[in-house]
Write a protein that binds this ligand. Structure first.
Ligand code: GLN
Length: 545
């Protein structure tokens, strides 16, 4: 059995528990300790695949095709390791499994209860990841905040694991928020004290308390928390807001979290965040800047495009530029000329999406990028947009569309494959997870990847309609990546354009800060050229003609 670290949250949600968990993973991994990370989500959905981005932010997809919480994206980016569906547990899955077994008669004669049936199911899934990954430390983050009704079963399950495992192999980390009271300018510890009291009432005494705050946390404050919550003063660690999420591992390591954790768990390995620090240095000291438009449906909610945002940051590090994102509501491009909205950006991204709202605005963005020779990167729906725009405006196919938007289109350039026709269940029925893709030598894509077969993650139903492949190619829209048997178009490129490329997959899911995705890297490089030379940081980005 590995050692376990359970991360819980107190006071309020959205204080960066996911980043903290990911950072702890990075700290241990950098010390040469093998880790894996798992998220326990208390909601009753089986997975977030059917939830609105307003509820949930981005849906992150693992190599093996699980639709998961966006925190898995942070984990993968921080520990630079692919995770699998086993790393994501929801109450929905736990209930579903237990109830399916009940119907089969597996518990015949028994009464099914939260404890032990649900807790046993949760524990076996935690132990399973530990066993399958053979990691030295498994970090489990419990979603939500201690005290939530739906989180109770998870808290009880981790309490039981603490009880079952040898004492020095399980550590509990509690992440709290210190609010500031405006009138007195004081940081308040009382909510933290209450939250710890709540956790203790469930049988868990935290070993480490991380104090999230937007303000400097004084020694007095952490000592007070240590005393009232009965935690080693060394283990109460302030975690003030930093400019970049990638600084968090550096901050926590510097404040002794890594030393404390390995000491308590009886592990060995010295600090080694030199490479990470270098990456953060590059991120914080860019030589210039580019401005990229992201044209989407949920742009007021950056969480919906978390991986896109992060991939751009990684590509910025690789190109020594700061990537400023101009978030654009696709619908504004339906009401105003594209030039009004887009002039000045050096690149355009149309990210993934579903449904009709904003579709025509996205097509207008692609047209503007093509006609003005501004670099364009289309991600999944963004490729479908690019193909539609090209068919309509270059090939004269009036009314060309994806059948998702217009089932009666005279030119259905994007359509459903036979196996997707007639699917009525919404959950988990898309083309999901990693598929291989063969690249055409000499293409932008092949030059970016410098290899001929790649593997990328998918999450979509519609596909490039092969009936239009030849006519579109004759006009300059080339399939530069296909499934190995050639039957599915995975990447399209516009010939003669500096960089106009769309992928049916989601490259943003595989970019890492230390290993930027080649397509994002080259897209940002093309955007830098577009701005002639990247603008110095303190001057506005150069506008394009
Ligand atoms: N709605 C499109 C499809 O299902 C694109 C999906 C996406 O962008 N993830 O094919």
């Amino acid at each position: 059995m590995p050692k376990f670290i359970f991360v819980t949250g107190g006071v309020v949600s959205s204080v960066g528990k996911g980043i903290t968990t990911a950072s702890l993973g990075r700290i241990l991994k950098s010390r040469g300790i093998s880790v894996s990370i798992q998220k326990l989500d208390p909601y009753l959905n089986v997975d977030p695949g059917t939830m609105s981005p307003y509820q949930h932010g981005e849906v992150f997809v693992t190599v093996d095709g699980a639709e998961t919480d966006l925190d898995l994206g942070h984990y993968e980016r921080f520990i630079d390791q692919d995770l699998t569906q086993a790393s994501s547990i929801t109450s929905g899955q736990v209930y579903r499994n237990v109830l399916e077994r009940e119907r089969k008669g597996d518990y015949l004669g028994g009464t099914i209860q939260q404890v032990p049936h649900l807790t046993n199911e949760i524990k076996s899934r935690i132990y399973n990841v530990a066993e399958v990954t053979q990691c030295e430390v498994l970090i489990c983050e419990v979603g939500g905040t201690v005290g939530d009704i739906e989180g109770e079963t998870f808290i009880e399950a981790i309490r039981q694991i603490r009880h079952e495992q040898p004492r020095d192999t399980v550590l509990s980390v509690h992440v709290c928020f210190l609010p500031m009271i405006g009138a007195t300018g004081e940081l308040k510890t009382k909510p933290t004290q209450h939250s710890v009291r709540e956790l203790r009432s469930k049988g868990i005494q935290p070993d480490v308390i991380l104090l999230r705050s937007d303000h400097t946390v004084s020694r007095d404050i952490s000592e007070k928390v240590a005393l009232f919550c009965d935690v080693d003063p060394r283990a109460v660690i302030p975690m003030e807001t930093v400019a970049s999420i990638y600084e968090v591992p550096l901050l926590l390591e510097e404040r002794g979290l890594g030393d404390y954790v390995i000491e308590r768990l009886g592990l060995h390995g010295g600090r080694d965040l030199a490479e990470w620090r270098e990456m953060v240095q590059k991120l914080k000291h860019p030589a210039g800047a580019v401005e990229i438009a992201v044209v989407g449906k949920y742009v007021e909610l950056h969480d919906a495009y978390m991986s896109v945002k992060e991939s751009l940051a990684h590509a910025g590090i690789a190109n020594s530029v700061d990537v400023d994102i101009r978030w654009i509501h696709a619908e504004t491009l339906e009401a105003r000329p594209a030039a009004d909205v887009l002039t000045g950006v050096q690149g355009v991204i149309v990210p993934g999406g579903f449904g009709e709202r904003g579709w025509e605005g996205k097509v207008a963005a692609a047209r503007w990028a093509r006609e003005n020779r501004v670099p364009y990167l289309g991600l999944c729906l963004g490729m479908q947009v690019m193909v539609t725009e090209f068919a309509r405006n270059v090939c004269g196919m009036k009314g060309a569309n994806t059948t998702e938007i217009d089932p009666e289109s005279p030119y259905p350039v994007i359509s459903l494959l036979d196996e997707q026709q007639g699917i009525t269940n919404k959950g988990g029925t898309m083309r999901l997870g990693a598929y291989p893709c063969k690249l055409i030598p000499g293409s932008l894509a092949a030059r970016a990847y410098t290899t001929d077969v790649i593997s990328e993650r998918h999450r979509h139903r519609w596909e490039f309609n092969n009936a239009y492949r030849e006519v579109l190619a004759a006009a300059g829209l080339n399939a530069s990546g296909t499934s190995p048997d050639g039957s599915l178009v995975e990447i399209s490129e516009v010939a003669g354009h500096p960089f106009m490329l769309g992928t049916q997959f989601h490259p943003e899911l595989q970019s890492r800060p230390n290993r930027p995705h080649p397509l994002f890297r080259d897209f940002v490089a093309a955007a830098c050229l577009q701005g002639e030379s990247a603008a110095p940081r303190d001057e506005p980005a150069v506008a394009t003609a």
